[in-house]
Design a protein around this ligand. Sequence first.
Ligand code: CP
Length: 357
Amino acid sequence: MRHVISPLDFSVEEIGQLLALADEIIANPAAYAHKCAGKKLATLFFEPSTRTRLSFEAAMLELGGQVLGFSSASSSSATKGESVADTVRIVQNYADIIAMRHPKEGAAAVARQFARVPVINAGDGGHLHPTQTLTDLLTIHRLKGRLSHLTVGLCGDLKFGRTVHSLIRAMLRYEGVRFVLVSPRELQVPAYIRTEMEAAGADFVQVESLEEHIAEMDVLYMTRVQQERFANVEDYLRLKDVYILDAAKMALAKPDMIVLHPLPRVNEIAHEVDDDPRAVYFRQALFGKYVRMALILTLLEEAEARPGLARAELPAASDTLVCRNPHCITTAENGIRQRFVQTAPGRWRCAWCEHDV
Ligand code: CP
């Protein structure tokens, strides 16, 4: 049995199997209509969502299972001070599998340590969003026919965009992928992602102009500037409309480039682009339901075949180091020990949110 906290919780081969299963479900949904009969999915959403929560719930219902949960922290006992750890310890008595979204980075990793049922990270702050990545990979694979030998442009808020971090992590493992990272300097990818790219020997450039680079791309992944992660509103207002993909920019792109967006969109894609056949973000959201069906089915089958959790080995707790990331789950809840992974001599990374200390 396993949890899904990061896209790296699956090998490349396992991702291939999940995408193939999603393809099979798309081709023959009736064959899967009762596969999860008698099983329950709990959706614990401490942060707003349209696509992720509803596609998880639709996925479980279309597998013949049932769903329960909450859609905001305000309707849960988090408002009374209940911790993530206690919440999952309770909910695992009511459900066979948990999908959890939380505004704090590392919250899903904390949940994993306390759950006896599989926990799926449905987004933890600005950190990771692995099921969006599965959605993105399924979309790219179905529409481009491959996950290797692609130039992938990622544009917008690459600092706080958890979908960006997850997609880079996943695609680093495919051969011949070149990344064009388009963002203002203040919204470049965080250090831990850049370090991973360098360590993997990735082919990447960090640029500020979308117009100058769009012609190189096979895939353009647009992102929203994440208002909810900014410390002050002035910075958000200054940066929010830096990139707007419109018909004029699309005219510079390859005829077979595809445009993805995890959504929701604000201003970063003009509505005139929606009618361009290269704009695939609404189909992408549909693929998200099918890949989540494949994921739920796979995790529940694994749990039945191999009961007992592979609980992650945690590094030793530290009484001297403190994670300074203001978005880390350790800043929000008492009782979570500070733990760090050594990444190089004298360099440490928070075991929960993965920010360098
Ligand atoms: N892509 C995505 O995570 O959308 P929601 O926030 O609506 O779930």
